[in-house]
Design a protein around this ligand. Structure first.
Ligand code: ZN
Ligand code: ZN
Length: 180
Protein backbone atom coordinates (compact mmCIF):
# COMPACT_ATOMS: atom_id res chain seq x y z
CA UNK A 1 0.00 0.00 0.00
CA UNK A 2 1.24 3.44 -0.98
CA UNK A 3 2.20 5.69 1.76
CA UNK A 4 0.18 8.83 1.70
CA UNK A 5 2.14 11.99 2.37
CA UNK A 6 0.61 15.13 3.50
CA UNK A 7 0.94 18.19 1.21
CA UNK A 8 3.34 19.74 3.67
CA UNK A 9 5.58 16.65 3.80
CA UNK A 10 5.55 16.41 0.00
CA UNK A 11 6.70 20.03 -0.35
CA UNK A 12 9.40 19.42 2.19
CA UNK A 13 10.70 16.41 0.27
CA UNK A 14 10.67 18.38 -2.99
CA UNK A 15 12.55 21.17 -1.27
CA UNK A 16 15.22 18.78 0.08
CA UNK A 17 15.63 17.22 -3.37
CA UNK A 18 15.99 20.64 -5.00
CA UNK A 19 18.54 21.66 -2.36
CA UNK A 20 20.56 18.53 -3.05
CA UNK A 21 20.59 19.22 -6.81
CA UNK A 22 21.56 22.83 -6.18
CA UNK A 23 24.47 21.99 -3.90
CA UNK A 24 25.64 19.27 -6.32
CA UNK A 25 25.62 21.79 -9.17
CA UNK A 26 27.46 24.28 -6.98
CA UNK A 27 30.08 21.66 -6.16
CA UNK A 28 30.56 20.81 -9.84
CA UNK A 29 30.85 24.51 -10.70
CA UNK A 30 33.40 25.09 -7.97
CA UNK A 31 35.31 21.99 -8.97
CA UNK A 32 35.39 23.13 -12.62
CA UNK A 33 36.54 26.59 -11.60
CA UNK A 34 39.44 25.23 -9.56
CA UNK A 35 40.31 22.67 -12.21
CA UNK A 36 40.49 25.49 -14.75
CA UNK A 37 42.65 27.64 -12.47
CA UNK A 38 45.02 24.74 -11.83
CA UNK A 39 45.25 23.88 -15.54
CA UNK A 40 45.98 27.51 -16.37
CA UNK A 41 48.55 27.84 -13.59
CA UNK A 42 50.32 24.67 -14.69
CA UNK A 43 50.22 25.95 -18.25
CA UNK A 44 51.72 29.32 -17.32
CA UNK A 45 54.46 27.76 -15.17
CA UNK A 46 55.14 25.18 -17.86
CA UNK A 47 55.36 27.84 -20.54
CA UNK A 48 57.71 29.90 -18.37
CA UNK A 49 60.02 26.90 -17.81
CA UNK A 50 59.92 26.10 -21.51
CA UNK A 51 60.63 29.75 -22.37
CA UNK A 52 63.63 29.98 -20.02
CA UNK A 53 64.98 26.61 -21.20
CA UNK A 54 64.74 27.74 -24.81
CA UNK A 55 66.53 31.05 -24.43
CA UNK A 56 69.33 31.06 -26.96
CA UNK A 57 72.68 30.74 -25.25
CA UNK A 58 75.31 32.45 -27.39
CA UNK A 59 77.84 30.01 -28.76
CA UNK A 60 81.38 30.47 -27.40
CA UNK A 61 82.54 31.56 -30.86
CA UNK A 62 79.92 34.32 -30.97
CA UNK A 63 81.08 35.94 -27.74
CA UNK A 64 83.44 38.80 -28.42
CA UNK A 65 83.82 40.05 -24.88
CA UNK A 66 82.53 39.27 -21.41
CA UNK A 67 83.64 42.55 -19.95
CA UNK A 68 82.44 45.31 -22.25
CA UNK A 69 84.42 47.09 -24.95
CA UNK A 70 84.73 50.38 -26.76
CA UNK A 71 85.25 50.10 -30.49
CA UNK A 72 85.21 52.68 -33.26
CA UNK A 73 84.54 51.33 -36.73
CA UNK A 74 84.15 53.98 -39.42
CA UNK A 75 81.31 54.01 -41.92
CA UNK A 76 81.16 55.81 -45.24
CA UNK A 77 78.11 55.77 -47.51
CA UNK A 78 78.31 57.08 -51.07
CA UNK A 79 75.28 56.99 -53.34
CA UNK A 80 75.85 57.94 -56.97
CA UNK A 81 79.02 59.78 -55.97
CA UNK A 82 77.30 61.75 -53.20
CA UNK A 83 78.64 61.36 -49.66
CA UNK A 84 75.83 60.69 -47.20
CA UNK A 85 76.23 62.31 -43.80
CA UNK A 86 75.70 59.89 -40.94
CA UNK A 87 73.99 62.09 -38.35
CA UNK A 88 75.13 62.45 -34.74
CA UNK A 89 72.96 61.05 -31.96
CA UNK A 90 71.86 57.81 -33.64
CA UNK A 91 71.00 55.42 -30.81
CA UNK A 92 71.12 58.18 -28.20
CA UNK A 93 67.51 58.57 -27.14
CA UNK A 94 65.75 58.14 -23.84
CA UNK A 95 67.64 54.86 -23.64
CA UNK A 96 71.23 54.93 -24.87
CA UNK A 97 72.04 52.07 -27.19
CA UNK A 98 75.61 50.82 -26.80
CA UNK A 99 75.79 51.26 -30.59
CA UNK A 100 75.55 54.95 -31.40
CA UNK A 101 77.05 58.02 -33.05
CA UNK A 102 78.27 61.20 -31.36
CA UNK A 103 79.42 63.33 -34.27
CA UNK A 104 78.71 63.53 -37.99
CA UNK A 105 82.12 61.99 -38.66
CA UNK A 106 81.03 58.47 -39.68
CA UNK A 107 82.39 56.90 -36.51
CA UNK A 108 80.11 54.26 -34.99
CA UNK A 109 80.71 53.94 -31.26
CA UNK A 110 80.31 50.48 -29.80
CA UNK A 111 80.39 51.22 -26.11
CA UNK A 112 79.59 48.24 -23.96
CA UNK A 113 80.11 48.88 -20.26
CA UNK A 114 82.22 46.86 -17.85
CA UNK A 115 80.86 43.41 -17.20
CA UNK A 116 78.65 43.41 -20.31
CA UNK A 117 78.69 40.37 -22.53
CA UNK A 118 79.11 41.32 -26.19
CA UNK A 119 78.18 38.94 -28.97
CA UNK A 120 78.78 39.12 -32.71
CA UNK A 121 75.17 40.18 -33.15
CA UNK A 122 75.90 43.26 -31.04
CA UNK A 123 78.45 44.38 -33.62
CA UNK A 124 76.40 43.52 -36.70
CA UNK A 125 76.40 46.35 -39.23
CA UNK A 126 72.70 45.74 -39.99
CA UNK A 127 71.96 46.45 -36.35
CA UNK A 128 73.27 49.99 -36.77
CA UNK A 129 70.80 50.56 -39.61
CA UNK A 130 67.99 49.06 -37.53
CA UNK A 131 68.73 51.58 -34.77
CA UNK A 132 69.00 54.35 -37.34
CA UNK A 133 65.74 53.25 -38.96
CA UNK A 134 67.17 53.07 -42.48
CA UNK A 135 67.17 50.31 -45.04
CA UNK A 136 70.36 48.39 -45.66
CA UNK A 137 70.57 44.93 -47.25
CA UNK A 138 72.75 43.36 -49.88
CA UNK A 139 70.25 44.78 -52.36
CA UNK A 140 69.51 48.26 -51.04
CA UNK A 141 70.99 51.25 -49.27
CA UNK A 142 68.22 53.62 -48.20
CA UNK A 143 65.93 53.73 -51.23
CA UNK A 144 68.62 52.91 -53.76
CA UNK A 145 68.45 49.27 -54.82
CA UNK A 146 70.48 47.08 -57.10
CA UNK A 147 68.81 46.74 -60.47
CA UNK A 148 67.49 50.28 -60.44
CA UNK A 149 70.01 52.86 -61.44
CA UNK A 150 72.99 51.14 -59.95
CA UNK A 151 74.64 48.34 -58.02
CA UNK A 152 75.45 47.83 -54.34
CA UNK A 153 79.00 47.25 -53.25
CA UNK A 154 80.58 47.05 -49.84
CA UNK A 155 84.26 47.44 -48.97
CA UNK A 156 85.89 46.71 -45.62
CA UNK A 157 89.41 48.03 -45.17
CA UNK A 158 89.79 48.31 -48.92
CA UNK A 159 88.61 44.78 -49.71
CA UNK A 160 85.26 43.87 -51.21
CA UNK A 161 82.90 42.26 -48.68
CA UNK A 162 79.73 40.35 -49.46
CA UNK A 163 78.34 40.02 -45.93
CA UNK A 164 76.59 43.38 -46.04
CA UNK A 165 74.12 43.68 -43.12
CA UNK A 166 75.46 40.49 -41.54
CA UNK A 167 78.99 41.82 -41.26
CA UNK A 168 80.30 41.82 -37.69
CA UNK A 169 82.22 45.06 -37.32
CA UNK A 170 85.72 45.23 -35.89
CA UNK A 171 87.51 48.02 -34.09
CA UNK A 172 88.83 50.69 -36.49
CA UNK A 173 87.22 49.10 -39.55
CA UNK A 174 86.87 51.32 -42.59
CA UNK A 175 83.52 50.27 -43.98
CA UNK A 176 82.29 51.70 -47.27
CA UNK A 177 78.85 51.21 -48.75
CA UNK A 178 78.88 52.33 -52.31
CA UNK A 179 75.97 52.50 -54.70
CA UNK A 180 76.82 53.47 -58.24
ZN1 ZN B 1 79.36 57.19 -26.68
ZN1 ZN C 1 83.35 56.01 -28.54
Amino acid sequence: MDEQLSKQEQRRLEYVAAERTRSRKQFVRRFMKWALIIVLAVGVVGYFIWFVANQPVPAEADIISRNGMHWHPHLRIAIKGKEEVIPPGIGLGAVHDPMHTHDPDGIIHLEYGQGMRVTKDDTRLGRFFEIWGKQFTKECIFDSCTGGEGTMKMMVNGKENTEFEHYAMQDNDKIEIIYE
